[in-house]
Design a protein around this ligand. Structure first.
Ligand SMILES: C[S@@+](CC[C@H](N)C(=O)[O-])C[C@H]1O[C@@H](n2cnc3c(N)ncnc32)[C@H](O)[C@@H]1O
Length: 514
């Protein structure tokens, strides 16, 4: 495996490193936790830091760094996680390695699993980055600052809970700059943050100053300049400003290890209102939510027009069939997973020929070796689909760039393809599925999901776990007015399904319920 994969070797640009060094309000002992080619050392020196230490596990990088800065900084070739936890630094800064648990070098993984300190934090979905954050906080003085550039996903990943818990117990965030879809590294995923965190036992926590860059493209120098301009206004009082490219606001420090999210004061107010009105009820309490099936070779299994008919041809809803509220006609696929042997398959000569002609390509799919070559790659939730075939269903694309969600309703006999989620009522839910559909497509849930759901810039991910957690406003069936609102919403949805424009009225009715 490459060093990029096992050691997370991605390099920070000098302008970003300089920007980060300038975020520090501390002087004194500074440390770079994995210095690579030394970009942070250079910027620390240029900003007047004189007591600089750096660690780097990779001998070659360490040598390069020592040649350049060995006279001015102490650069040590060592695994950062094996360094003493008691060195007291005023500032720890850098771009720690992001390495998923499976790619972490065996030696380090073994150490993390067996070590008394680490074993209580790690799990099989952890990232080396989490260990770097915790170890850096351990090494800071009280009042010391941690300034890191890292991916954002651990803010709301379930498996990073132990990290979030550690962080809220040991300090507070002061600044978070979120770059969403803007790429800070050429060869890496977007969705990075630069954060400044202070180690402190102080119980009273200031507001966090948040800067969000909303666009995919831009000039990094002018983005950093505009952040610096905004920072001049920092006084950690409630603040909120949204422009075409940026969002600048303050928000309270995180209170617990539950998923963290960045929300403006206005967004926070709405989220609290929705969550209060729904009283803790979430979608998965009342509806089944399932991912769809993946053929692994659509060009072979997808049926054009009416070229094949019969029991093995099933209609699926794909993301492209979801039009918001409505689905257009589904997409037909061949599914012969019930056929267990090739001789049985031969009894259907037209189907057999079609599949046999593509046998090599089908065998080359990424799928379980125990499956027959004519099977679909992943047949998920088949029972859910079969049990609910003649029931109304809602489908939503798993990834969507549309500004409005595309929860789409159908009473047709459809299965869900791999790029959609399927939602069906559980037994006992009295609300009409059309009411749930309207709720999911409402402005309120759209706003809620854009903050608390899964999102990378404008790309919204509707995953089973996130959609399951969407709050649901149930009707109080003893309250005549609420029953009337429910029925009116269902009626308006019928109009929308026929092509009517009634969404404003639907939103107004939900306004009365939250
Ligand atoms: C994301 S790169 C950043 C490099 C440099 N700080 C920069 O920003 O350009 C992470 C660096 O950490 C080093 N590294 C990875 N695992 C380490 C460990 N356990 N201890 C010390 N350094 C490590 C890698 O070799 C790599 O140089």
């Amino acid at each position: 495996m490459s060093k990029k994969k096992t050691l997370g070797q991605y390099y920070t640009s000098p302008e970003i490193a300089n920007f980060m060094v300038k975020l520090s309000s501390n002087k004194g002992k500074a440390l770079d936790s994995g210095c690579g080619k030394g970009v942070f050392i250079k910027e620390l020196l240029s900003e007047g830091f004189s007591k600089i230490k750096a660690y780097e596990i990779d001998k070659d990088s360490c040598q390069v760094c020592n040649k350049k800065y060995g006279d001015e900084a102490e650069i040590i070739n060592k695994d950062y996680l094996k360094t003493a936890g008691s060195e007291e630094f005023n500032l720890i800064i850098g771009n720690p390695p992001y390495v998923h648990w499976n790619n972490i070098p065996e030696k380090i993984r073994g150490f993390l699993t067996k070590n008394e300190f680490w074993s209580k934090y790690v799990n099989g979905e952890w990232d080396l980055l989490y260990a770097f954050i915790i170890w850096s906080i351990e090494k800071l003085k009280q009042g010391g600052e941690l300034i890191y550039i890292v991916p954002y996903n651990w803010f709301n990943a379930t498996y990073a809970e132990s990290l979030r818990d550690y962080m809220i117990k040991n300090g507070q965030f002061e600044i978070i700059c979120h770059f969403s879809e803007f790429k800070l590294f050429d060869d890496c995923y977007p969705n990075n943050i630069i954060f400044k965190y202070r180690k402190t036992r102080e119980k009273k926590k200031p507001l966090i100053f948040v800067f969000e860059y909303k666009k995919r493209k831009g000039d990094i120098k002018s983005i950093l300049t505009s952040i610096k301009e905004e920072f001049k206004k920092i006084d950690h009082k409630s603040y909120e400003k949204e422009g075409e490219n940026t969002k600048v606001f303050t928000m309270p420090n995180f209170k617990n290890k539950n998923m963290w999210y960045l929300a403006t004061p206005t967004e926070n107010k709405l989220i609290n209102r929705i969550e209060k009105a729904t009283g803790g009820v979430v979608l998965s309490d009342c509806l089944d939510i399932g991912v769809g099936m993946v053929s692994g070779r659509d060009e072979v299994f997808k049926i054009k027009d009416d070229e094949l008919k019969g029991e093995f041809i099933l209609s699926f809803i794909k993301a492209s069939n979801c039009e918001r509220y409505r689905v257009n006609s589904g997409t037909k696929y061949l599914l012969v997973d019930d056929i267990k042997t090739e001789s049985e398959l031969k009894k259907h000569p037209v189907i057999y020929k079609r599949l046999k002609d593509n046998e090599e390509s089908l065998r080359n799919r990424y799928m379980s070796k125990t499956k027959n070559w004519w099977n679909w790659a992943t047949v998920r939730n088949l029972k859910l689909f079969k049990d609910n075939l003649s029931e109304p269903k809602v489908f939503v694309p798993c990834i969507d760039r549309s500004l409005k969600p595309r929860f789409s309703y159908t009473e047709g006999e459809y299965y869900g393809a791999g790029d959609v989620l399927t939602i069906v009522k559980k037994q006992g839910l009295k609300e009409d599925l059309k009411y749930v559909l309207a709720w999911l497509n409402s402005d309120y849930i759209n706003k809620w999901y854009r903050v608390k759901g899964s999102r990378t810039g404008h790309r919204i991910r509707y995953t089973q776990s996130y959609v399951s957690r969407i709050p649901l406003r149930l009707i109080n069936w003893d309250d005549k007015k609420e029953v009337e609102i429910h029925n009116r919403i269902v009626g308006l949805v019928d109009d929308v399904l026929m092509g009517g424009e009634r969404e404003d009225e639907i939103n107004q009715l939900f306004e009365e319920l939250i």
